[in-house]
Design a protein around this ligand. Structure first.
Ligand code: HEM
Length: 474
């Protein structure tokens, strides 16, 4: 749409009377103006009130929607849990969750059946976030969903109610969906509160002498009493972490595996790097044992894999930010044309999928998946604000380190052991001998383009339907 009207410096979309009018920002210099602290907004421009449609999912006091000192207090409480240093202490818990993932892939490789990669990865990322945030087993990793833990089953049903066109319509247009959402939300909230109470009691009884501490337990360190208000607020943050921490990375990892599956040069570079850093053994058990022992030294050395993750988040960003100022504030943004726009009362949407494909920054490969751009001198020429999948400024994502750690572990375990083959949308166009052929950019030619659809976050439209087989030994 934006291209068809000649790539203007901003695009206004009038969504009245269903939603306020929205303006789309397609460049990083404008996006920066709403995300950085200013005199008028020391914590950056406030979030748009349109976030409230997510209240059943993440709670009314979620960190995602709070402002001012209330937001600051929550962020201060949870920041220590998301630092690299604390996440290293959670490495054993995270590695424990990898077992069901690879045994499921082994089974699928043996049967040769087609499956949505989305389900496998989303189950795994759910289990990882449950372990990191609460040190609980959410029992997410079953292909048969009736066997999953209750929280996961309810959470999925709730997220489902936001799919398609129902995402953020007012309640009076979707009254039945709204009622269902509220009922599911209450049940999830009750279950989460029970776990928090139990964890809090355990923590107080056992003291904290060198124990493995979940992110929530760490946040309770200064707490004297778990009041009903604090319990309720903590449940909101846990639900926010569960949602924000699994949905986004599920999308990114599906794209990473897809891009690797159709870019033989990159897959080889990933495999060579793993051989060099982790040694030749590709059995997942051995890799987990190596990482459990020495992950803190080895994982930061996976530079090419880091570039794969970074490039995937550039080309296929799962999330974004929307901001709004109240009428009468006088908030203006400055376009590169020299024009100024007064945008009070308008939803300001920083459009990552356009910003991060800006040819003025990324040149004539802006639309191509090229991990190498993040290695060496070329990377230094990319302005930091032109890569913003986690957004920037005070309200940037709390979880990039966790995302990166989780993604590197998953790629380290999976990339050498399996070959993924896309089926359906985005599958390779084979030659007459049945082999894929390369295009001029070094990727396999495809019959059709895989693309994202809008759910709560952007997700591959078909759930990334794949086949998997065990990779042949060198
Ligand atoms: C690929 C992975 C991820 C991406 C692309 C991503 C992206 C984002 C973006 C764009 C925002 C800003 C949202 C807004 O302004 O409304 C955000 C905020 C947030 N994310 Fe993430 N995220 C990811 C992973 C995670 C993980 C693993 C967690 C862990 C719990 C997490 C927790 C949060 C929280 C709590 C916020 C709100 C921060 C605040 O307002 O202080 N995210 N994320």
């Amino acid at each position: 749409m934006w291209e068809s009207i000649g790539r203007p410096p901003m695009m206004l979309v009038d969504l009245r009377p269903i939603n306020p009018p929205m303006v789309l920002f397609p460049t990083h210099d404008i996006a920066e103006q709403i995300s950085k602290p200013t005199k008028l907004f020391p914590l950056s421009v406030p979030k748009s009130p349109t976030w409230t449609h997510m209240i059943p999912l993440i709670g009314a006091t979620s960190i995602l929607g709070r402002e001012g000192h209330e937001w600051k207090d929550i962020r201060k409480r949870y920041n220590p849990g998301f630092t690299t240093q604390h996440l290293w202490s959670l490495l054993p818990l995270i590695l424990e969750k990898m077992g069901p993932f690879w045994s499921c892939l082994d089974q699928l490789a043996a049967s040769g059946e087609e499956f949505p990669l989305e389900i496998l990865i989303s189950n795994l990322t759910f289990d990882v976030i449950g372990a990191a945030v609460l040190a609980v087993d959410l029992d997410a990793q079953y292909m048969d969903r009736s066997k999953q833990g209750e929280i996961i089953r309810l959470f999925r049903q709730l997220v489902q109610t936001y799919n398609d066109d129902k995402n953020n319509l007012p309640w009076w247009i979707v009254p039945f969906t709204t009622r269902k959402r509220n009922q599911l939300a209450k049940r999830i909230d009750r279950l989460i509160k029970n776990i928090i109470q139990q964890k809090y009691t355990e923590m107080k009884e056992q003291g904290d002498a060198n124990r493995l501490q979940s992110i929530v337990a760490l946040g309770f360190q200064e707490t004297e009493q778990l009041t009903p208000e604090l319990l309720s607020e903590t449940s909101d943050q846990v639900r926010s972490f569960l949602f924000a921490g699994h949905d986004t990375n599920t999308s990114a990892l599906q794209w990473a595996f897809y891009e690797l599956s159709r870019t033989p040069r990159a897959l080889k570079a990933v495999r060579d790097e793993l051989d060099n850093i982790l040694g030749p053994e590709t059995d997942p058990r051995t890799i987990c044992a190596i990482l459990a022992q020495n992950g803190e030294n080895l994982l930061p050395r996976l530079h090419y894999i880091n570039a794969v993750i970074k490039e995937t988040l550039r080309l296929h960003p799962p999330a974004s930010t929307v901001r709004m100022t109240k009428p009468g504030t006088g908030f203006t943004v400055h376009a590169s044309t020299g024009d100024e726009y007064q945008l009070d009362g308008v939803v300001m949407y920083s459009c990552q999928s356009i910003i991060q494909r800006d040819p003025n920054v990324y040149g004539n490969t802006a639309d191509d998946w090229v991990p190498e751009r993040w290695l060496g001198e070329e990377a230094k020429r990319i302005p930091p604000s032109a890569w913003r999948p986690f957004e920037r400024g005070p309200r940037a994502c709390i979880g990039p380190e966790l995302t990166n750690l989780e993604s590197r572990i998953i790629l380290a375990i999976v990339a050498r052991r399996y070959d993924f083959i896309k089926v359906g949308l985005g599958e390779s166009d084979l030659d007459e001998k049945g082999f894929p052929t390369l295009d001029e950019k070094g990727q396999y030619k495809v019959k059709s383009e895989l693309y994202n659809t809008r759910r709560m976050t952007s997700q591959p439209v078909d759930g990334a339907m794949m086949k998997v087989k065990l990779a042949s030994k060198k």
